[in-house]
Design a protein around this ligand. Structure first.
Ligand SMILES: NC(=O)c1ccc[n+]([C@@H]2O[C@H](COP(=O)([O-])OP(=O)(O)OC[C@H]3O[C@@H](n4cnc5c(N)ncnc54)[C@H](OP(=O)(O)O)[C@@H]3O)[C@@H](O)[C@H]2O)c1
Length: 347
């Protein structure tokens, strides 16, 4: 085959299908299972928006799905190998590249942010999202990187604070105040009029105060349950506050919100049984489960951001090629706010 003919073959193949770069995994395991590959660029269905992704994040759901922890996560994505989601990434911000013929809310060139939920797929140059499922115009006062780092933590914190019925004047303790859920739990609880105490390590005390916490407790030096304070709501974002300590400082009948879980299957099951028992005795209302975006959540969070009431925190930034490093750092469990993936070189 001469050079001209080879060139013609390549041009015609590329004309038939277009490709994009994505971080793909085909087996569960350590960060090294993630590979940058050329995969088919998705095409929007009638109700979908094709987004050119500028930025995404690596959140807890990404590394948990990558390593299949806890084990039952395999029932969501394939028992032996990942099947449904092979491209991770739940949060994104980018520009609308094209829209399906039934789309009315978005047009080419719109700057957007969103969350794919359990469809994942944001660790890629392009993704398709239904126009009515987790996508909105980007807040005007945020960069793409900032806007990508809002919805996983923001929607989760909002869901659980609402479930706990947070009210003006209540005392709320946020345990794990410096993580991606914690930073939004602090700010949203303040927005709802609560008196907020944040629990974090020494290095994060100033950050948590800057987010509006009225009081901070350094968990490396002080036991939050021994400080003599009593709360209406204890909101544990990382699953490490412990039942006994949390109940000790909770008003009788108060809400113990368990957003994050730590430990293996047995400790998760034990936690579920204990939660049931505590709720039955009336000592506390234990709130857990999966966060779900309610209609209007994106608009609500965007409104608070544009009003200057809500901000995000970015700890580290990585390129798509550095995805394994980003996973390793996020999985270590000590990030401040978010780890952002810069997908497009233009930002
Ligand atoms: N139920 C749901 O629907 C739902 C939704 C979203 C997330 N989650 C779960 O919620 C958990 C948290 O998510 P995330 O994104 O906020 O995690 P993250 O960003 O990784 O949280 C990291 C933060 O946790 C803090 N931390 C670590 N160990 C701590 C300890 N012993 N005491 C207090 N703080 C500690 C770290 O602060 P230091 O460095 O100061 O220790 C760090 O700032 C994850 O397990 C995730 O799977 C559940």
């Amino acid at each position: 085959m001469n050079g001209t003919f080879q060139g013609l073959v390549l041009v015609s193949i590329c004309g038939l299908a277009s490709f994009m770069k994505a971080a793909v995994y085909t087996r569960y395991g350590p960060p090294e299972v993630l590979e940058i590959k050329d995969v088919a660029k998705p095409a929007p269905r009638d109700n979908e928006v094709l987004v050119r992704v500028h930025a995404a994040t690596v959140c807890a759901a990404d590394w948990r799905l990558r390593k299949a922890e806890p084990f039952f996560i395999r029932f969501l994505n394939g028992l032996w190998v990942p099947k449904k989601a092979r491209i991770l990434g739940m949060e994104f911000a980018g520009t609308v590249e094209a829209v399906g013929k039934a789309v009315t809310r978005f047009g080419e060139g719109d700057p957007v942010f969103g969350s794919t939920g359990f469809r994942f797929g944001a660790h890629a140059e392009y993704l398709c999202v239904p126009e009515d499922a987790g996508i909105a115009i980007k807040p005007v006062n945020m960069t793409f990187e900032e806007a990508a780092a809002v919805l996983f933590g923001g929607v989760t914190a909002l869901h659980f604070l609402r479930k706990a019925g947070v009210q003006t004047g209540q005392r709320v303790l946020v345990y794990g105040a410096s993580g991606s859920v914690g930073i939004f739990a602090i700010q949203l609880a303040k927005h709802f009029g609560a008196h907020v105490t944040g629990v974090c390590s020494t290095a994060n005390l100033d950050l948590v105060k800057s987010l509006g916490a009225d009081e901070v407790v350094d968990y490396t030096r002080e036991d939050f349950a021994r400080a003599g304070r009593v709360y209406d709501i204890v909101c544990d974002t990382v699953g490490k506050s412990g039942f006994a300590r949390s109940l000790k400082c909770l008003k009788r009948g108060g809400s113990y919100v368990r957003i994050g879980g730590s430990g293996g299957m047995l400790s998760i099951l034990a936690g579920m049984l204990r939660s049931q028992w505590i709720s039955v005795t009336g000592a506390a209302k234990v709130i857990s489960g999966m966060a779900k975006a309610a209609e209007g959540d994106l608009a609500f969070l965007k409104g608070l951001i544009e009003a200057g009431t809500l901000r995000t925190v970015i700890d580290r930034r990585y390129s798509l090629e550095e995805i394994a490093q980003a996973h390793r750092y996020a999985e270590a469990g000590h990030k401040k706010g978010h780890v952002v993936i810069r997908v497009a070189a233009t930002i």
